[in-house]
Design a protein around this ligand. Structure first.
Ligand SMILES: Nc1ncnc2c1ncn2[C@@H]1O[C@H](COP(=O)(O)OP(=O)(O)OP(=O)(O)O)[C@@H](O)[C@H]1O
Length: 537
């Protein structure tokens, strides 16, 4: 709740100003109605009354337009601010928190919910104006005839209570549909990311379409139809009730002892006019409810990533780096529902500047988990990580990570060169890794990323080489290289990087090349075990 208030707080002032302007415009509108009624009742039009009429038109127009423009501006600012602040929070979030949240839950919030929240602001001025017009109209009705005004208010009050109760039922429906939309997003991801596998398997296709997507789509259709029908029913009932009130007023004037014809015509005129703002409020309810739900989701996301990592400023340089150390470090993944969690450690490991360390071991032994801890991507749950003898805490973790350049096993390839990279150096590295005829460097960008998987991996290595970082980490880099480039990686690239003074941490299954390492670190079931003397032969 606090978070929702925090999100909207900066917009309270412009929205309040818009509300005031809206109220001014509404007062002018009600005055216009009164003037119209008195002009209709007179045989002759006085010039001063016509001038007042013109002036009121101007105030109503100006107030309405300004109020709408103010809320539009506040709404656009709100969306821009939410987009930026959520992106910042996601970038600063610890990786574990991001992995726990899951992409299929993240994307609908970043795309749909932020836009829906802006409806709150866009709807504010029209609703404030509509509300003020209704209030003004009621005031005018009371002035015309208190008994008639009382009748109108009693019937309208009863109608509002009925509409509010129905609205609560509709809200529950929208909330249910929103949960299903997350499931739909998960299926969309499978649809796109599993495109090839789905084309190879009819069974998987029908499993996805008929088994997962169709029931979800159907649930959303059913729930949304029902929720909107509830709103529509409430609106229709409100409209009918409204005409019943007008009929009562028209026919029952005598019964209420209203003798003045101008009072009766005035009341009917105001009632007819009031129908517009009342309908406007009714129409705005569904988007308003959706916006409230979206705001709750945005606030949840904001809260989930509230504990971001502070970007420290002390970044080690290639010359200043001395060593990194893990001491008594443990890390366990959350336990799956039907099994035991994998736990790494406790383990101790020190890597000194200029060393080439190979991390080896069987599948699932914990090599990537160890690398994620060394890179500062996961925080140790026990023990300590040290850089040059100094413990790395949460505040220093982002700066610590700037020590490394890495090509991870599920790496992401950027289209642009690393900031500050020399294009000539980039071209030299591209040629060195056999990509010369495949792509070029134009204004800090790579001409294409349409490459084979082995070529993409070489390009990721180019990026890593261009970053001037003291420690380089490779997670099974050579796994998808042909024998020539695999050999080149171990016998040419790694020795060259070592010659340049880089510290190298390499996850490898290529036991033919273990002798390239200064030292082997062997992992088995999450623990470091003594390595045989294969390294540095
Ligand atoms: N995100 C995760 N959540 C839960 N458990 C995980 C997660 N990632 C990995 N694991 C578990 O941790 C164990 C170690 O995984 P890790 O990726 O570190 O192994 P590895 O030695 O790099 O294996 P490989 O040689 O196959 O790449 C595995 O048994 C796996 O089940």
């Amino acid at each position: 709740m606090t978070s929702r208030r925090e999100l909207l707080a900066p917009f309270a002032l412009p929205l309040a100003a818009a509300g005031l302007l809206g109220a001014l415009a509404s007062a002018a509108t009600v005055a216009l109605l009164a003037t119209t009624n008195s002009l209709l009742a007179q045989a002759e039009r006085r010039p001063d009354e016509l001038a007042v009429f013109g002036l009121l038109c101007l105030v109503a127009f100006g107030g309405n337009a300004l109020a709408d423009m103010l809320t539009n501006r506040a709404g656009q600012h709100l969306v821009a601010r939410l987009r930026r602040s959520l992106a910042e929070r996601i970038l600063a979030a610890p990786l574990d928190a991001l992995e726990r949240y899951r992409t299929h839950r993240l994307m609908p919030v970043l795309t749909g919910d932020i836009d829906a929240v802006s409806d709150l602001a866009f709807l504010f001025a029209p609703l404030a104006i509509a509300g003020a017009v209704i209030l003004g109209c009621v005031g005018y009705l009371v002035w015309l005839s208190p008994p008639l005004a009382f009748l109108v208010c009693a019937l309208a009050g009863a109608g509002s209570v009925a509409v509010y109760a129905t609205r609560l039922r509709g809200v529950a429906g929208f909330w249910q549909a929103r949960e299903s939309e997350d499931a739909l997003h998960k299926s969309y991801r499978t649809l796109i990311e599993g495109a090839r596998e789905l084309r190879l398997s009819r069974n998987r296709r029908s499993e996805l379409l008929d088994g997962a997507m169709a029931p979800t789509i159907e649930t959303i259709r059913r729930v949304n139809t029902r929720a909107i029908n509830v709103f529509v029913l409430a609106n229709a009932a409100g409209s009918t009730l409204y005409f019943a009130v007008i009929a009562l007023v028209a026919a029952g004037g005598a019964w209420l002892q209203v003798e003045d014809a101008a009072v009766l015509t005035g009341t009917v005129l105001v009632l007819l006019y009031m129908k517009g703002p009342i309908d406007q409020i009714m129409q705005a309810l569904p988007p308003l409810v959706r916006a409230q739900i979206s705001l709750r989701r945005v606030a949840e996301l904001n809260e989930a990533f509230a504990a971001g990592e502070a970007p420290g400023d002390e970044v080690p340089t290639a010359t200043s780096f001395g060593s990194l150390e893990l001491s008594g470090v443990r890390y366990a993944y959350p336990a799956p529902a039907d099994g035991e969690a994998f736990a790494l450690g406790p383990l101790d490991l020190a890597v000194k500047a200029g060393e080439t360390v190979f991390v080896v071991g069987s599948n699932g032994a914990g090599k990537t988990t160890l690398i994620n801890l060394l890179l500062g991507l996961h925080a140790p749950q026990a023990g300590e990580l040290r850089l040059d003898g100094r413990p790395v805490d949460a505040a220093g973790r982002d700066a610590y990570r700037q020590t490394f350049s890495a090509v991870l096993s599920d790496y992401f390839l950027f289209e642009t060169l690393p900031a500050g990279a020399d294009p000539d150096a980039a071209r030299a590295h591209i040629d060195w890794l056999g990509l010369g005829g495949k792509l070029s460097v134009e204004g800090g960008r790579l001409s294409t990323l349409d490459l084979s998987s082995g070529q993409k991996k070489r390009l990721a290595l180019v990026h890593a080489c261009l970053e001037d970082r003291p420690v380089m980490v490779f997670d099974e880099w050579a796994a998808d290289q042909d024998p020539r480039f695999r050999r080149m990686f171990y016998e040419t690239v790694l020795p060259e990087l070592k010659r340049r003074g880089r510290t190298l941490i390499v996850i490898s299954h290529d036991d033919r090349y273990f002798h390239i390492a200064d030292r082997l670190v062997r992992l088995e079931a999450g623990r470091i075990v003594p390595a045989t003397a294969e390294a540095g032969r």
